[in-house]
Every structure is written in C-alpha cells, then in structure tokens.
Design a protein around this ligand. Sequence first.
Ligand SMILES: NC(=O)c1ccc[n+]([C@@H]2O[C@H](COP(=O)([O-])OP(=O)(O)OC[C@H]3O[C@@H](n4cnc5c(N)ncnc54)[C@H](O)[C@@H]3O)[C@@H](O)[C@H]2O)c1
Length: 377
Amino acid sequence: MKEKMRLGIIGGGLMGREAASAFGRWFVLENFPVQAELVAVCDLQDKLLEWFRGVPTVKLLTKNHQELLRSLEVDVVYVAVPHNLHEKIYLDVLRAGKDLLAVKPFGIDLKAACVIADAVKASGRFVRCSSEFPFLPGAQRVMQAVRAGKLGRLMEIRSGFWHSSDMDPAKPVNWKRQNVTNGEIGVMGDLGMHVAHVPFRLGWKPLRVYAQLQKIYTQRPDGKGGFAPCDTWDNAMLHTEVSVNGEEVPMRLEMKRLAPGEMNTWFLEALGTEGGVRFSTKDPKTLWVFERGNGKEQIWQRIELGHQMPFPTITGGIFEVGFPDCFLQMWAAYAAERAGALGERFGCATPEEAVLSHKLFAAALESHASKRVVTLK
Ligand SMILES: NC(=O)c1ccc[n+]([C@@H]2O[C@H](COP(=O)([O-])OP(=O)(O)OC[C@H]3O[C@@H](n4cnc5c(N)ncnc54)[C@H](O)[C@@H]3O)[C@@H](O)[C@H]2O)c1
C-alpha cells in the first residue's frame, strides 16, 4: 500500500495550475512509493477556482487560505502566491501543522526568509523551496561530472537564467515588476533560486559579490490606458568568488528579464584545468563535455541526452525531454478533431496517411529485393 500525500494549493495562478498538472499525471512515476492527490485549492479569483473544478480529486475550493489549512484532509501545502505574501502564508501553513513546498524566493527579502526559516526549524515540519531545472537530465549530468572530480582545478563557473518576455515595452506591468509585491531584489527574487540552487548544492557558496544591476524599463502600461512604475531590477549579473578545494574560483550568476532572443534559457557551465562541462536548455538534448586529455587539440564533445530523469517515468531514457508534452498534444488534437474543434491546427495522422506510409514501405521492400526503382501507385 502506497503512502498517500494529500495536497492543498494556495495560489492557483500560473504555478498553482502547473502543480495541478503534475499531480494529475503522478501515476506515470515508476515504482514510486508515494501517491499524490490534490484535494483542496485556495485562490482569490473566481475564474481560477472555476478552473480547479475540472480537477476531479479536489473537494474543497475556497478564497480563505485558513479554511484550507483547517482541513484535516490536507497533509502538504504548495503555496504559490506573490512574494509579499510568502511570509504570512508560509507561517500560517506551519502553524496549522502542515508540511510545505514553498515557492521561491522564500519570502520577499532576507528578513522574511530568516523568519520563515526559524519558524520551519521550530515547527519540525518538512519544508522545501521550489526550483525545477536541476531535474533536467543535462543539469543532472553537469552535477555528476563535477562530483566525479574530473574537471581538475576549477577555473570558472557560470550559472544563468535568461528571459526575453520583458523586451516588449508594451507588456503591461504585473506584481513581479513592482518592489512592493515582488521585493527590492527584483529579478533576483524572480530568477535567482533557479540560478543558485545547483551551485549551492555543489558547495559553491559565494564569499563576496560584485553586482551589476540594471533597471531598463522603469514604467509599463498599467492595462487601464495609463502607465505604472516598474521599479524592480530587470537584469542582474553577480560576479562572485567561491572557495573550491582551498582555491578561490570566479562564479558568475546571471539573471535577466531582458536577454535578447532568449526564452526561459537556463544554463550552467563549469570549466577546469582538466575538463569542462556545459548545459543549456537552449539545446536541451546536448551535454557539452571538454576533456583536455594529452592531445594538442581543444575538443568539446557533444553528448546526446535523452529522457533520463532522476525519478523514472514510463517515458524511458531513449525518448527526449518534452515527449510527454507532445503525447498530450497529440491526444488533444485527436479529441479536438473528433469534437469538430481542431480549426487550423495540426491534426493526427489520417488513415489515408497511414495507408500511404505502408505503400511506401511495401515499395521499399520490393525495391531492396529487386534492386530497382519502384513507382508508387
Ligand atoms: N518555479 C518557477 O519556475 C516559477 C515560475 C513562476 C513563478 N514562480 C513563483 O511562484 C509564485 C507565484 O507566481 P505565479 O507566476 O504563479 O503568480 P500568479 O500571479 O500567476 O499567481 C498567484 C496567485 O496567487 C493568488 N493569490 C494572491 N493572494 C492570495 C491569497 N491571499 N490567498 C490565495 N491566493 C492568493 C492570485 O489570485 C493568483 O492567482 C511566486 O513566488 C513566483 O516567484 C515560480
């Protein structure tokens, strides 16, 4: 009998709904000891509560997070609300005796984070903070390479997360672009944990920092015909030093909301005297590995990655990251076309296309056997 983890979500916006999507396909995890079930959701917006009505396991929908926390049905809470609400709601979760998966940045500022961390300690509850990219096969391989100690003396580390969505000055302001709700740390609060998680876990903890912070667009449309201040830092480059085996090593952490041409690009690179390793979600199937060897030539090798996940799912390692999403889309296309709602979108292969493929394959067999060109009828 599997242990059951009954979940509540506070904040059913972007991340709250992503969490629901993960719980909805939980059973694809192979030989996994825990069963997850989303049972309760709290958000202030009717349209979002309505959205969660589509999740069959959800029994409680509320606008009051205390009501969710009073539920005896909830063991673990995922709280995905704006940063100014982290401290209050995380503390409420702990007071209610629930475990917590918090979202980054874990409080609007350092003071809030320390208050939360102290409360976690005092509560004895199990608490972690969200950061997804380290679970990608490429990120895992970078960590393995570093831990295997094959890089020699480390010379340089670079970790970054680049967006371009804010390149459009007409993009309306939202809570992530204002200090009062996002925090004065700006883009660092937004993207920083993604960039820092793996380096910190590898023991690369900054000794000092020289920061280059930029505010690029200082106002944005307010969605009501006017403009609103946009006072958060847009881009941050943190030049740090870390100590590795007694040597100081430069580590650059890059967090950018305005990185021309980049769409959620997460990358990590470590270069040493004997080897190097590099991964970027821009090229999600590729792990770049450098080995100095004893030759005179400088060679970066490209290793093709598959769907090798730390927690295996039914999608095996010979598939690529993203295949499960394509599978969902294929079924959506089938269902939409069946319901007459496909429109201009790409549809599933038709019986005619399947038969044509067979004609081609049959002709190929004939061609190979006869060593002739075969004309398809
Ligand atoms: N890990 C990631 O990749 C990632 C990506 C985006 C956001 N985040 C983090 O997730 C958190 C939420 O971001 P988001 O993009 O989902 O924001 P969002 O604006 O889409 O969602 C926030 C939700 O919280 C709700 N809310 C506000 N006050 C509430 C209250 N008192 N009780 C209940 N619900 C309340 C809002 O109605 C909204 O639906 C932030 O901390 C953000 O930094 C993480």
